[in-house]
Design a protein around this ligand. Sequence first.
Ligand code: BTN
Length: 256
Amino acid sequence: MAEPNAPAVPQGYRLAVLDEIDSTNAEAMRRALAGDHGPLWLMARRQTGGRGRYGRHWVSEPGNLYTSLMMTAPAAHARLANLSFVAALALSDAVAQLLDEPARSQLRLKWPNDLLIAGAKTSGILLEAQPLPNSRELALALGFGVNIDHRPSLALPYAATFLAEHGVTVTPGGLLQLLAERFDHWHRTWTGPRGFAPVREAWLARAQGVGAPIEVKLQGETIHGIFEDLDDDGALVLLLSNGQRRKILAGDVFLR
Ligand code: BTN
């Protein structure tokens, strides 16, 4: 049964609200391994082992949004990485509904799925997948961490901001409700007849740095080039100074 004041999620989805957990992504995987097929939104007030991309720690004190959507999908699905762009569009729509100008016009997406306000990171998304035993399905955890009340006090390699700094007053549950509605919209778009194309177009229209020189930090390598395009798999297409193109599937992007 839904808790009083629990956020409403669209029809077909369920929601579980937790006080404290190690990581909503880890909990999503545990529930999938225990036989839950989702789609299930998990939201925690606090995480003790919040994780970011590349195994980084995600500081998770109360006041910000920590949520994961758990889903299962056929393991043979070729385009699951597209989901992180579906997620980024949903979050940018949800946050845009809360912001006034000038911050709303300063919202941008940074490849693959960070949400920036005036160039400063306000949220991160972590897509994780794991095969389910004795099954042809994968468990997926699509985790969103959104700075609402505060930014991490750690030294970060990028500028960070939080929604309250831009005049937003929303509870984590209130933001989740908007996010869940927009996720359902973009997920239906992606599973519709045109597939990734409208997601790609909308993502590119909101992206930071398209057509501009960028730096991409990979594991053990930094490369420079022009951010030319997003391909059908969600890879960043980088035009190098020698005229060749390189597709980037994972890395950290910095505007030069
Ligand atoms: C990033 O490094 O930018 C991604 C951060 C993702 C953090 C969220 S918080 C909710 C979910 N649970 C986790 O442990 N991580 C994601």
